[in-house]
Design a protein around this ligand. Structure first.
Ligand SMILES: [Zn+2]
Length: 583
């Protein structure tokens, strides 16, 4: 396979997005962090106290002693005694990419193309002002005048107007084709963005490199983008970065959404940290660029199936590049909603809330692993182990890889141990009552032995449940009896139980070590509540079936609404318990 060759600009861009200047310089200079920067003793003059500064955000170094400063190329030229081209070659080796000398000479043409696109953008903006049809569409979409201005929204008129305008500016039809503003087809020319609302797309240097276009007629293709080219590289573009950069730098937060209208919808809700890629993927280039601006960017794709699977694909892609301290989080929008529809129905507070509840990358990976098996038989448990190994090994960074392995293994143990459903269990099996739930029964008794205070505080609920295991039920009854007795405060429940049921208490006591030991009191209270819910579940399921039968059989129409309400309550309650169980 032929490798891609990079131009000078691309190599510099690649360096800025993938590496830190301080990393490269620290090969030659001892650097120590100070605030956002690094300092060290200057390699270019003799000094005792460090006055040599490196700023990774800007990609620049500067010495306050001898006033030498510049970017990575300047450093290599001076420090390693290299020519400009030699420095570029050094850098490309450093980055592991191939350098294309020829391409660096083509910049004249590139500059000309960028100029044409810049002109087109101004032309489109002017055209929007005079086109009522386009303006009306934007009003309908609730895109404010402020947002239109901020994102430089425009309108591309018919082909003759476009060609005329550029003729006056000495731009030929061939050049318009090169700039992808016109499409050539059988010696005819068509405007790529004809009759479309235009959204200029900028590169990292704030130059217009292409457009997105939204139809306002009934064209079958709603959205189109500029075609991939030397200047329009989808894998490098982050839409909204030019506009939102200052807020992103300040907050060090980023939310990646699916499209430019989502970026604009966020902006209109005063969330000025949203960006989108061209399509729901992330390239390594974009991942590193994002990490330079934020340690943990959020992904917030649509809540539908496509959005969810795009998020999962991105999660798997990111793994390879993870380094200590860098990750992603995933915001879960409600079913089939996008940021635009979300904000039409809900408040900013509600968004903040789901943002706070966003999922860590590691937990999303666990979800993906769990989803990949059809049942929880020993064979599939082994498959989960294989997946845990596989995904951890994908992470190139050793220490992150080790931590992922540990975390996912723990997640697995908790998931299966916590419920003690090691016996064969079908994932989609609805009949929970058939499953051995005695871990919950055991844990209830463990609480009585080790956490009598918490146990007592929920005695009312505990009285209501029945344990299937006869011995445990006997113990439970005895505890209730002690606690409700006159001298309950003076009786040491643990001692009494250990005396009478020594062997069984011995056996279940280890659950204290594995399940309760590291919990805070608050967590223990919640845990006991969950155990009680689990114990109640079989009965709730029975009750649900009973009511369902009644609803189907009953002829009395007056009774029915009441039963249905009751039924729905039960369904909700069961859902709630099951959901908690999976967390
Ligand atoms: Zn110096």
């Amino acid at each position: 396979m032929k490798q891609k060759r990079y131009s000078v600009d691309q190599i510099l861009e690649e360096f800025n997005s993938r590496s830190k200047l301080s990393d490269l310089i620290s090969k030659y200079v001892n650097l120590t962090p100070r605030g956002n920067q690094f300092v060290g003793k200057c390699p270019f003059h003799n000094e005792k106290t460090p006055s040599f500064n490196v700023n990774d955000d800007k990609g620049l170094f500067h010495c306050f002693g001898c006033k030498v400063g510049g970017n990575v190329i300047t450093f290599l030229q001076k420090n390693n005694n290299l020519s400009f081209i030699e420095s570029i070659k050094y850098l490309s080796t450093y980055l592991g990419i191939e350098f294309n000398i020829n391409e660096s000479r083509q910049t004249d043409k590139t500059i000309r193309l960028l100029n044409i696109l810049e002109k087109a953008n101004s032309f489109f903006i002017k055209n929007l002002v005079t086109n009522n049809f386009a303006k009306k569409y934007l009003v309908q979409r609730q895109i404010s005048l402020d947002a239109q201005k901020f994102f430089q929204v425009g309108y591309c008129p018919n082909d003759n107007a476009l060609i005329d305008f550029f003729k006056k500016n000495d731009v030929s039809i061939d050049e318009l084709v090169d700039a992808d503003l016109l499409i050539k087809k059988n010696n005819n020319f068509f405007g790529r963005f004809r009759d479309r609302i235009t959204f200029p797309i900028f590169n990292i240097k704030d130059k217009v490199v292409g457009f997105g276009g939204r139809t306002i007629t009934d064209s079958k293709i709603k959205y189109i983008n500029s075609q991939e080219s030397e200047i329009f590289k989808k894998s490098e573009i982050l839409y909204g970065l030019t506009q939102n950069i200052s807020e992103i730098r300040q907050s060090k937060q980023i939310i990646i959404v699916e499209g430019y209208l989502d970026v604009i919808a966020m902006y209109q809700k005063n969330i000025k940290i949203a960006l989108s890629t061209m399509g729901t993927t992330l390239s390594s280039n974009q991942i590193f660029k994002l990490w330079n601006l934020s340690d943990t960017p959020y992904i917030c794709f649509d809540g539908d199936k496509a959005g969810k699977s795009a998020s999962e694909n991105i999660a798997l892609k990111i793994l390879e590049f993870l380094t200590p301290g860098k990750s992603f989080k995933f915001i879960n929008l409600p079913n089939s909603e996008d940021p635009d529809t979300f904000f039409k129905r809900r408040s900013l507070d509600q968004f903040e809330k789901i943002k706070e509840e966003s999922k860590d990358l590691s937990d999303l990976i666990w979800d993906i692993i769990l989803k990949s098996v059809d049942s929880y038989t020993p064979e599939f448990l082994a498959k989960i182990d294989e997946s845990i190994k596989f995904y951890s090994n994908k992470i190139k960074n050793k220490s992150v890889s080790v931590e992922y392995f540990r975390y996912l293994r723990e997640k697995k143990n908790k998931f299966f141990w916590g419920k003690n459903v090691i016996t064969k269990r079908n994932k989609n099996q609805e009949n929970l009552e058939k499953i051995e739930v005695n871990i919950n029964e055991k844990l209830l008794i463990v609480f009585a032995i080790f956490e009598i205070q918490i146990f007592s505080s929920m005695i009312e609920e505990i009285t209501k449940v029945k344990l299937k295991n006869n011995k445990l039920e006997e113990i439970r009854n005895e505890i209730i009896e002690i606690l409700s007795g006159e001298h309950s405060a003076e009786i040491d429940v643990e001692v009494r139980l250990r005396k009478k049921y020594s062997s069984i208490i011995e056996k279940i006591s280890q659950l204290n070590e594995t399940h309760l030991k590291d919990m805070k009191k608050k967590e223990k209270v919640l845990f006991l509540k969950q155990i009680l819910s689990n114990l109640k579940l079989p009965e709730l399921l029975n009750e649900k079936e009973k009511i369902k039968k009644q609803i189907l059989e009953i002829k009395n129409n007056e009774e029915q609404p009441k039963l249905i309400t009751e039924y729905n309550h039960l369904v909700e309650e069961i859902k709630r318990i099951k959901k908690k169980n999976l967390e």
